[in-house]
Design a protein. Structure first.
Length: 225
């Protein structure tokens, strides 16, 4: 399951997509209840909280996965049918457990027949959202029939925070890289490409100076796993 982290742009895009799906599901829910004239048997707070709980939980799962350095959109890079089936079952089971308990919590005392159909509608909207995310955010190069195995290397800076001459703080992130071994070609282990993200107030002013410092850290640091 460990496959390194997606780019920060991909993370932001993923969260924006989830928010868009939440807004769409909420709008459709409001429209259906309004057309059916069922606001007397269901409150707006339940509609809002039930949808927000589903999509909020999804955002929470992704945040936790990124913190733990787990890319949950795929298990490995081997083209394994058993693993694909396991992934599909794992996806469905988690989806059903989450949807069942959240909707049961918000509509447990409601006996109105309309609510049953409404809960099915919410589940379908959420399921479509999940399928869309899995399809569109699954790494395009995740499967390669010639891939034998991969070695994962982690770069950890000696110092995560560095105080600069102007007393501002430079925050340096960790990085992950990998070397893939294929059955149809020779693998070279000479170079590793790390994308190291940093945060500071004056990126433009010391970028060239920082480059030499990072290279020095990379040579001295023995934090490669």
């Amino acid at each position: 399951m460990l496959y390194g982290q997606p780019h920060i742009d991909t993370k932001i895009s993923l969260f924006i997509e989830i928010i868009r799906f939440f807004i769409t599901a909420l709008a459709i829910s409001i429209l259906v209840i309004t057309i059916a004239r069922k606001w007397s048997v269901i409150s707006f707070s339940k509609v809002l909280k039930s949808n927000l709980s589903l999509y909020g939980t999804l955002i929470g799962i992704y945040i936790i996965s990124f913190i733990l350095n787990i890319y949950i959109n795929n298990f490995s890079r081997k083209n394994d049918l058993v693993e694909k089936v396991f992934y599909a079952l794992f996806f469905l089971i988690l989806f059903l457990i989450q949807a069942f308990y959240i909707l049961k919590y918000f509509y447990k005392n409601t006996k109105e027949s309309f609510i049953k159909g409404y809960k099915i509608l919410i589940i379908l909207l959420y399921f479509v959202s999940l399928v869309y995310i899995v399809i569109n955010y699954f790494p395009q190069n995740a499967y390669d029939k010639y891939l034998i195995h991969s070695k994962i290397y982690t770069y950890l800076p000696i110092e995560n925070n560095k105080t600069l001459l102007d007393n501002s703080t430079l925050k340096i992130d960790s990085a992950i890289s990998s070397i893939d071994y294929y059955s149809n070609k020779k693998t070279f282990e000479k170079d590793l490409s790390f994308t190291i993200y940093f945060t500071t107030r004056h990126k433009e002013m010391f970028l060239l100076v920082l480059k030499r410092w990072i290279l020095q850290m990379n040579l001295e640091d023995q934090a490669v796993k």
